[in-house]
Write a protein that binds this ligand. Structure first.
Ligand code: FCB
Length: 415
C-alpha cells in the first residue's frame, strides 16, 4: 500500500450503522423484513442469478432468514470487543449511528437505558482515542414515527429535530462530528420511488417530497445542534458516484454532467450552508452514452457494482471546487466475500485521496465501509463488506487479509 503524507489528525477508520450491525432492533425496517423475507428469498434467483458469485451465495440468498436482520452482527452486545479491534487495527475514527427507535421507543418517551448505552459506547471510543462520527438517521425509523408518515410529512420533522437535540445534549461534547442524514436521496429513491425499501411506495410526488423534507430536516437539526454548541461539526453523508461520458458525443458529455448535477447538487445546494464539512459516500462510477448509463463489465464487486476506485479523486475535486467545504469520506468500500479485490480497492483509493490532496482538496478523513460484515438492507447478509469477517453462526470475528493490510498501512501513516 502506498505511503503518503496525509494531514495530521486525518480521520482514518471505518463505518457501520446501527441497524446493520447491532441486532435486536425493533423499527420500521425490522417490521418490513419480517413481512417481506419470504418474497425476497423467492425473487433471489431473478435478482442475483446473473452475478458471478451466484453459485457461492445461492444457498444463503434463497433462504428467508437471510433477509431478517435478527442478531445482525451482534455488535450491540460485542461493541467493547469490536472497538478494541478498531484500536488494534490502528484506526483513529469510527462512524456509527445511534438507533432512534431504541432511544425514543414511543413518542416522547426517552429510554434512559438506550441513552446510557450510547454514552458508554462513546466513552469506550474516547478511552481508546478513537474519534466518533455519529449518524442520527441511517435509514431506520421508530415504528411510531413511520406510522405518522415518516419524512413524507413536513410536520413530522419536529420529532427528528427534538431527537437530534436530545441525544446530542445527552452525549455532550464527547462527540464533535455529526451526520444528520445518511444518503438522503438514496433513501428517498429506494423507499418512495422504486419501492424496494419500506414503506415501499412508488410515487414521484413522494420522492420529491421526502427529498425536500430531508433537506429541511437536516437544516433544522443542524441549527438545533449548533445552538447547543457551535463547536459541533455537522453534515449529511451524501452519496456521490461519478458520472462521465463514455464517448465524445456532445450529448453524452452533456447528460453526464447533468446526471452529476442532479445526483449531487440538487440536494447539496439546499443544505451546504448549514454544513461544517461534507460527508461523501463513494462506491462506483457510471459511464454515460447519450441518455443511457452503461458500464462495461471490467471489474465488478460481488454486487455487480462497477469498481473504479480511482474516480474518488474526481468526486472529491468536483465537490470541493463547488462547495469549498472540508470533505470526509464517510463511506467507501466493496462487497467482496473472497477478499481478493478489497486490498486493491484500498490501495487505489488511498492513491486517489493523495491525488486529491495534491490538487489542494481539503480532505480530512477516510472511513471505509465497513468495519464488519453486516446486514445489507433488502439484500440481507450475503454481501460481505467487512474488513473484519463475521461468522453469523458463532458471531466470531476474524480480520480479513485486506483488514490486516489496512491496519499495517495505518500504522505506518501514523508513525
Ligand atoms: C450505502 C449505505 C450503507 C451500506 C452501503 C453498502 O448506500 O449508506 O448503509 O449499505 O451502501
Amino acid at each position: 500500500m502506498p505511503i503518503a503524507k496525509f494531514p495530521k489528525r486525518f480521520l482514518w477508520g471505518a463505518s457501520i450503522s446501527a441497524h446493520q450491525v447491532e441486532g435486536g432492533n425493533h423499527n420500521q425496517w425490522s417490521v418490513w423484513e419480517l413481512e417481506h423475507a419470504k418474497s425476497l428469498a423467492a425473487q433471489a434467483k431473478y435478482q442475483y442469478g446473473d452475478l458471478d458469485i451466484w453459485d457461492d451465495i445461492k444457498e444463503q440468498a434463497l433462504k428467508p432468514e437471510n433477509y431478517v436482520s435478527g442478531r445482525a452482527s451482534d455488535h450491540y452486545e460485542r461493541y467493547v470487543h469490536d472497538i478494541r479491534l478498531v484500536k488494534k487495527m490502528n484506526m483513529t475514527s469510527l462512524r456509527f449511528s445511534v438507533e432512534w427507535s431504541r432511544i425514543e421507543p414511543d413518542e416522547g418517551r426517552w429510554s434512559s437505558e438506550a441513552i446510557d448505552y450510547y454514552k458508554r459506547y462513546v466513552a469506550e471510543l474516547k478511552k481508546h482515542g478513537i474519534e466518533p462520527v455519529i449518524t442520527l438517521f441511517h435509514f431506520t425509523l421508530p415504528v411510531w414515527f413511520a406510522e405518522k408518515g415518516g419524512f413524507e410529512n413536513r410536520s413530522n420533522i419536529k420529532y427528528f429535530v427534538r431527537f437530534s437535540e436530545k441525544i446530542l445534549s445527552e452525549l455532550g461534547r464527547d462527540v464533535t462530528y455529526v451526520i444528520t442524514v445518511n444518503e438522503p436521496d438514496v433513501y428517498a429513491y429506494e423507499s418512495y420511488y422504486l419501492g424496494h425499501w419500506p414503506p415501499a411506495k412508488q410515487s414521484k410526488r413522494a420522492l420529491y417530497q421526502v427529498t425536500a423534507n430531508l433537506a429541511v430536516a437536516h437544516n433544522r437539526a443542524a441549527k438545533a445542534i449548533h445552538s447547543l454548541n457551535r463547536g459541533y461539526k455537522v453534515s449529511v453523508a451524501k452519496n456521490s458516484n461519478y458520472f462521465y461520458a463514455g464517448d465524445n458525443a456532445a450529448l453524452s458529455v452533456k447528460s453526464a454532467s447533468f446526471m452529476q448535477y442532479f445526483q449531487d447538487d440538487y440536494f447539496l445546494k439546499k443544505v451546504y450552508k448549514s454544513c461544517d464539512f461534507l460527508g461523501v459516500n463513494f462506491y462506483f462510477s457510471n459511464r454515460v452514452y447519450g441518455y443511457r448509463v452503461h458500464n462495461p463489465h471490467v471489474q465488478t464487486s460481488d454486487l455487480g457494482w462497477d469498481m473504479s476506485p480511482d474516480d474518488l479523486e474526481h468526486v472529491l475535486e468536483h465537490l470541493y471546487r463547488k462547495y469549498k467545504l472540508p470533505l470526509i469520506v464517510t463511506e467507501n468500500g466493496c462487497a467482496d466475500m473472497s477478499d481478493k479485490k478489497r486490498q486493491w480497492w484500498l490501495s487505489r483509493t488511498i492513491l486517489a485521496l493523495q491525488r486529491a490532496l495534491a490538487e489542494g482538496v481539503d480532505v480530512r478523513g477516510y472511513l471505509h465501509w465497513s468495519l464488519l460484515d453486516n446486514f445489507e438492507w433488502d439484500k440481507g447478509k450475503w454481501p460481505r463488506f467487512g474488513l473484519v469477517e463475521v461468522d453469523y453462526n458463532t458471531m466470531e470475528r476474524s480480520v480479513r487479509p485486506s483488514g490486516r493490510k489496512y491496519a499495517a498501512f495505518l500504522k505506518k501513516v501514523g508513525d
